[in-house]
Structures are given as C-alpha cells and as structure tokens.
Ligand binder design. Structure first.
Ligand code: MGD
Ligand code: MGD
Ligand code: SF4
Ligand code: MO
Length: 703
C-alpha cells in the first residue's frame, strides 16, 4: 500500500502545532512537526504522538454503552439517542427544565464540531443549569474583558515575538505550551526575545521549567499576587511613571484607580507577597522604561481567591504603561473567523441569575461548577436530577471532586459524550462515544483568536469515519433534534461544521466581501494544508472595543469593592498551615492522557513536592508516603523533596486519582496517583465564581 503524508493541527493543547503525519493504509508511521506551518514552524512536543495512542487505544469506546443490572451493554446509535432524549425530556417535564444540567469540559474548545454544535444538544430544553471547565480556568479573564472592553472574548494577547520586557505571573508555558497565548515553541520565542536584548521576569511559588529560561524568577506566596501588582502600580503612580499615551483618549477611570491604589502601603504589600519593596520598585521602573513591555498572568493568578482582581491589575499595568494595543505589548488577534462578529456571539452578562443553593452568580449563561454537587444533593424546586456531560471529567478536575463523585450517584439519569469510561463517565447511565480527532476534520475556531500571530489552517480527516460511528457534532444534533421532537418545539436542522466555517471565512476579516486581497474561503484553506500566514498582530483600538461608546472602562465598580476587601485582608495572620498549589507536566494533559503507555512511562510524576526544610521540620524523609489534609478531605501520596519549592508551599498536580476500579482505563489505573481536587475547597471562590484551586491550606504528616 502506498505511503501518504497528511498535514493537520494537533488539538491536544492551545499551542495548535502543525503536524506532518506519515501513514500507510490505516497505519500511522510517524508524527513530526510541520516545518511549513506559519505559527509552529516545525515545533511539536512529546504529546503529539499520543494522537496515535488515542486512535489505537483498545480502551477507547467505539459504540454507545448502556448501564444495566449486569454491567455495560453495547447498543445501537438510534436506540442510544432515543434513550438520551426520552429520559432527559421525562425528567425536565417532571421537575422543570433546570433539573437537567450540562457540563462541558476542556476538549470541546479543541474540537470544532463541539464549538459549532455543542450547545444544540440541550438547547430545546432551555435549562439554566449550565456548567463548564471555564469556572475552574479562565473565567476571570472573560468577566474582566467583558467589563473593561465590552466582550468576553476581547482578551489582549502578549506580542511576545516583538516585546522587550515580558512579565509573567503564574504560568508555566514550558510545560503547558501556553494558555490564552497560543505560542508554539515558547522556548524558541523567549530565546529570540533574549537575543534581541529583552528580558523575561517570572513570579511563581515554584522554580519551574519556565523559571529556568527566565532572566529573573521570584518566589511569591500563593494567592498574594494582587499585593505585588498593587506594589508595581503604586510605584508607577507615586513616581509619575504612567505613560498611557493615546490610550488616555479613550480610557475612562484611570484616575479613580490610581487614587485607590496609591492609598496602599508598599511595606505592607511587600510583606504580604514576600517580595522585597526594592525589587517591586525596580520591576515597576524597568517595565515602564522598556520601549515595549507585556504583562501576562495565567492559571497561577486565574484560579486563586483574587483571580479577577489580579487580571484587572495586569490589564491596568499594560494600560498605564501604554502597552495595550501597542506592537510588542498586548494586542488583539484578528482571526480569519471572527467569533466576536458572528451572529451567535454573546458579549457576556454577569449575575443575571444565581445558583439556587448558594446564590452564586452566572456569567454569560454559565454557573460556577463549584456549586454543581450541592445543586444535585440539596432537595427543593430546581434540584438537578439529570446531567449531560461532554468531554469533561469533573470528578478529577473540579474542587472537592470526591463530593461530586458521591453526588453523581444520586442522579436519576446521566449521559456522557466521551471517548473513555473514566472517573466521571462511570456514573453515566449512557455513554455516547464520538469519533476521535483523526477521524474528523478540524479548524481552531477559538484558539486562532488567542494566538501571538494571525494564521489560519484547516485539517481534513486523516481516516474516514468508521461504519456506524458519529462525530461529536452529529451526537449533539441527534440528541437536540430528538428532544425538540418530543417537546413538540421547532429545531431547524443546522448546517454542517464545514459550512459554518466556510461562511465564517467568506464573511470574515480576510474575505473578498470585506475587500481583502486574500479572499479567504474554505477551498483556499484546503489548498494550503500547512496553513496560511496572516501576519503579525496589529493595533486595533478603539475601533474593536465592544462597548457602544468605544471607550475602555478601566475601573469597574465591582473591582474597587474587591480592592477594598483585599486591603482588609492585608497583614492578617497567615497561620502555620502549608499552601497547596498545582503543577502541569509536559507529558500529561489534565486528567485524560494517562492511558497512553508512552506518556506515563518513566519516573512517577504525581508526587507531592515539598521543600527539604519543610520535610525536616515534620520529621519526614524524601519518598515516604504522606497524608495531606485540607478542610474538605485528605489524600495519601508519596512526597518528593524539592529545593525548587518555596518554603511553606507544596505542589501536587491535578488530573490524577485513577484508583477507581470500575473505569476502563487499564494503563492509567496502573499509575493512580492522588487527586489534587480531593483537597481543593468548593467554598473558596474568586469574585467571578471561579474556583480558587491554588493556595489551599493543607497539613502534611506521615501516612
Ligand atoms: N486542582 C486543579 N484542578 C484543575 C486545574 C488545575 O490547574 N488545578 N486545571 C483546570 C483546567 S485549566 C481545566 S481546563 C480543567 C479540565 O477539566 P475537564 O475538562 O473536566 O477535564 P479533562 O481532564 O480535560 O477531561 C477531558 C475529558 O474529555 C474526554 N475527551 C477527550 N477528547 C474528546 C473528544 O474529542 N470528544 C469527547 N466527547 N470527549 C473527549 C476525555 O476522555 C475526558 O473525559 O481542569 C481544571 N482543574
Ligand atoms: N502538558 C500540559 N499542557 C497543558 C495542560 C496540561 O495539563 N498539561 N493543560 C492545558 C490547560 S487546560 C491549561 S488552562 C493551560 C494552563 O497553562 P499555564 O497556566 O501555563 O500552566 P500551569 O502549569 O497551571 O501554570 C500555573 C503556574 O502558576 C504557579 N502558581 C500557583 N499558584 C500561584 C500563585 O498564587 N501565584 C503565582 N504567581 N503563581 C502560582 C504554579 O506553580 C504554575 O507554575 O495548560 C494547557 N496545557
Ligand atoms: S505543544 Fe504538544 S500537545 Fe500542544 S499542540 Fe503542540 S504538539 Fe500538540
Ligand atoms: Mo484549562
């Protein structure tokens, strides 16, 4: 059989690297980086070959499974989709539509059919019980950009290919390959920055892989970044270093912010975060003196108690230094399909309704997932009785996962669209497995919008859809149509994903309709499978602001309130517990790549990392098993001594805890580890409703 070469995007993480895959028949011979890809330029990481493992994994589900008294039974697609619709409708009719909930996990964002059709599955039910991984991730960014710029997707991206000074808080792109910053080959890009004489400064409670390549790394106490950022801004205002330039013409409220920030005491801020006042002053001066600078913060500052406050202070820093909308600063990408301009685009709304039990605010129609368990277990009108999950594993990925694990047992019906029978889907009554990535086409509808360079790329399917299989989007359509039919409501059939994509391209910023010389269309993208370069990011403000008055709201009132309550917390006693943070590893991906032998082999990576003096203080030795306790639970795990940890801080990766015996994950079960989220606290939230997964108070003792 003849060998062929297939080009496509890797959809495992936000770096969206271009791949060159050699195949003969249905055999994958090799997976390499595609040198011709204008964004990734040949870079890939070790996870790319896991696409082959997923494709071939005997544990991956291929047919719908129904739970019976005698265990799992394979059923046909028609019967499965009918059953899903019948049960969901019956429960909605009996208890009301909000009794049917949905949870959408991270891979939906990396799956184009889920982006075009995901919401259609339950749309006819009109439930308000919608949850996703957003509220354990980037919710603060979306809420803040909605408040300041008018639309939840107007997230400015660091122009790292042209900046001179890159200030990073709580991100580890050398392991994660970047987030809300699609930047494949981060290491190469930082090397280029250093070669042009630029600097990268990192704040992280662990000396990470990224700290190794940074010019400067500072330990920071978990959850205290707001103090550091306030220190920077206070210095800038006190020393008259603010230079917003043209931004001042359309930015409102800088003075109000300046006044509130100047009232803080630098000594108190420095004591709180553990970074010396002269270091804070120096970084403020360097940041404002750099011709082009960018400040960026990710998971370490998104999933903590002051996530939205931190993201606000980061935006302010970029604005007052004149770096927002500047080349080499922070810019808005201009993707070929502009989701912001699409008719389905939703700018956002906050607190329009609240969760039933704790009164937590919705954002853009979604509720904080930290409330899901209590909404299932607390009786009363609106109690959740049925759950639809798609590409999510909230038992391992959301705070107090053990509590959610118990709650899921109480559901009258649960249906999961997923390729694995894992810690979460084992609770389902019905599992609907879609085709894996290599069997469908792909376009990154979301991630081109967060990339450090404008590019576009369409991937054909590598393998044809097997007989009797369905894509994610076909499952969503199938469920939605059947629900609508049972309810007797209108549900016009949707165009296919590639028709939606083609329309988006032909009406988008690079379309002939908009008089762009490239005149992009799906046919044009298909002709260039390595992708098309659309050039570096460009300034675009104030035109692209979504507020009707085209002005930036620099000081949302909710954040002045947050600032005030943060001020009251300054100087409060810290207690003697340890502070728990998470960790990502290059060879792992949240909870679901641990069934690839190739990726999990080698030394264990799920240990609790702890500073040697913290170990010694407790009479513990490197390698022993320890019991880690928090308010909500405890886990037992091996401890590893590490000089790279800040004193008083311990680190445990999330996504482990594969000890449940009723899953179908034969490799992952051999490497169980312990779940970080059996320790994280569902009551510890940011003002946005995002979970504070970092900075959890724990104790550690011999097991
Ligand atoms: N303590 C702590 N917790 C965290 C984090 C942390 O840093 N610390 N990080 C948080 C973050 S950023 C995120 S994004 C969440 C992730 O949280 P989740 O999205 O809930 O969890 P994942 O581990 O990504 O699980 C993905 C699921 O999708 C399935 N899947 C994979 N590909 C496909 C596909 O093509 N189609 C379908 N239908 N299913 C598929 C997998 O089998 C798996 O069940 O975890 C969060 N949890
Ligand atoms: N290999 C791999 N790649 C991934 C993933 C994966 O699981 N594995 N997950 C993907 C997903 S869903 C996402 S959202 C991205 C996340 O991408 P990143 O945010 O870059 O990844 P993290 O490793 O979570 O980085 C967070 C860093 O914050 C630090 N930190 C913890 N608490 C604090 C704090 O209070 N303050 C400060 N300043 N720092 C703190 C941690 O030590 C850690 O180094 O990665 C994506 N890429
Ligand atoms: S960094 Fe690795 S996992 Fe992420 S897209 Fe690139 S090859 Fe795939
Ligand atoms: Mo994430």
């Amino acid at each position: 059989m003849e060998e062929r070469i297939h080009y496509r995007a890797c959809n495992l993480c936000e770096a969206i690297c271009g791949l060159e895959i050699r195949v003969r028949g249905d055999e994958i011979l090799s997976i390499r980086g595609d040198e011709a890809d204008p964004l990734s330029r040949g870079y890939i990481c070790p996870k790319a070959v896991a696409l082959k493992d997923i494709q071939q994994d005997p544990d991956r589900l291929r047919r719908p499974l129904r739970r019976t008294a005698n265990g799992w039974e394979e059923i046909g697609w028609d019967a499965a989709l009918d059953l899903a619709a019948e049960r969901l409708v019956a429960i909605a009719q009996k208890y009301g539509s909000n009794s049917v909930a949905a949870y959408y996990g991270n891979p939906n964002v990396h799956n184009y059919g889920s982006m075009t059709h995901g919401s259609r599955a339950l749309a006819p039910l009109k439930t308000r019980s919608r949850y996703s991984a957003t509220s354990v991730d980037q919710l603060p960014h979306q809420l803040l950009t909605y408040w300041m710029y008018g639309h939840q997707l107007l997230v400015p991206i660091a122009d790292i290919d042209r900046t001179d000074y890159f200030l990073v808080l709580g991100a580890n792109p050398l392991a994660s390959n970047g987030s809300l910053m699609t930047a494949p080959d981060f290491r190469g890009r930082i090397k280029a920055l250093q070669q042009r004489g630029g600097r990268m400064v990192l704040l992280d409670p662990r000396r990470t892989e990224t700290a190794e390549v940074a010019d400067e790394h500072h330990f920071i106490r978990p959850g205290t970044d707001a103090a550091f950022l306030l220190g920077l801004l206070k210095t800038i205002f006190d020393e008259n270093l603010a230079r917003p330039g043209l931004l001042a013409e359309f930015a409102d409220g800088i003075d109000t912010a300046a006044q509130a920030i100047r009232a803080f005491d630098l000594g108190a801020l420095s004591a709180h975060c553990g970074i010396a006042a002269d270091v804070i002053r120096r970084i403020a001066r360097e940041f404002t003196a750099a011709p082009r600078a960018a400040a960026y913060g990710r998971m370490g500052v998104s999933v903590q108690r002051r996530g939205t406050l931190c993201q606000w202070l980061i935006q302010l820093l970029n604005i007052v230094s004149g770096n927002l909308d500047r080349e080499g600063g922070m810019l808005l990408p201009m993707p070929a399909v502009d989701m912001i301009e699409s008719p389905a685009s939703r700018p956002g709304h906050f607190g329009a309704w609240k969760t039933r039990v704790r009164g937590l605010p919705e954002f853009a129609g979604e509720l904080p997932v930290a409330a899901l368990a209590e909404e299932i277990t607390t009786p009363g009108e609106g109690q959740i009785r049925a759950l639809f999950t798609s590409a999510g594993n909230p038992v391992l990925s959301t705070p107090n996962g053990a509590q959610l694990d118990r709650a899921l047992k109480e559901l009258e019906f649960m249906v999961s669209v997923d390729i694995y029978l894992n810690e979460t889907t084992r609770h389902a009554h019905l599992i609907l497995p879609p085709t894996p990535t290599l069997e469908h086409d792909h376009y990154d509808l979301v991630l081109h919008g967060f990339a450090v360079r404008n590019t576009a790329r369409y991937s054909e399917p590598l393998f044809p859809k097997p007989e009797g299989a369905l894509h994610d989007w076909e499952i969503f359509e199938g469920v939605g149509a059947r629900i609508a039919q049972r309810l007797g409501v209108k549900h016009s059939p949707s165009p296919r994903p590639e028709q939606i994509l083609d329309l988006g391209l032909r009406t988008g910023p690079y379309s002939g309709m908009r008089k762009h010389p490239l005149d992009l269309s799906l046919a044009k993208l298909k002709a260039q499978p390595s992708g098309i370069d659309l050039g570096p990011l460009q300034p675009s403000l104030p035109q692209r602001l979504y507020h009707p008055d085209k002005r930036i709201r620099c000081t949302p009132p909710e954040l002045l309130q947050e600032l005030h309550s943060f001020g009251e917390e300054l100087g409060s006693a810290q207690g003697d517990s340890l502070s728990l943070i998470g960790r990502r590893h290059l060879r792992s991906n949240n909870s679901w790549l641990h069934n690839s032998q190739r990726l999990v082999k080698g030394p264990a990576r799920h240990q609790l990392l702890m500073h040697p003096q913290d170990l010694a203080q407790r009479g513990l030795a490197d390698g022993v098993r320890v019991r880690v306790r928090s308010r909500v639970g405890e886990v037992v795990v091996e401890v590893a001594s590490s000089e790279d940890m800040m004193r008083g801080v311990v680190s445990l990766p999330h996504g482990w805890g594969h000890h449940y015996q009723d899953t179908r994950l034969s490799v992952a079960r051999e490497h169980p580890g312990a779940s970080n989220n059996d320790l994280t606290d569902e009551t510890c939230l940011d003002v946005s409703g995002n979970a504070a997964l970092n900075g959890v108070a724990v104790t550690v003792e011999a097991a």
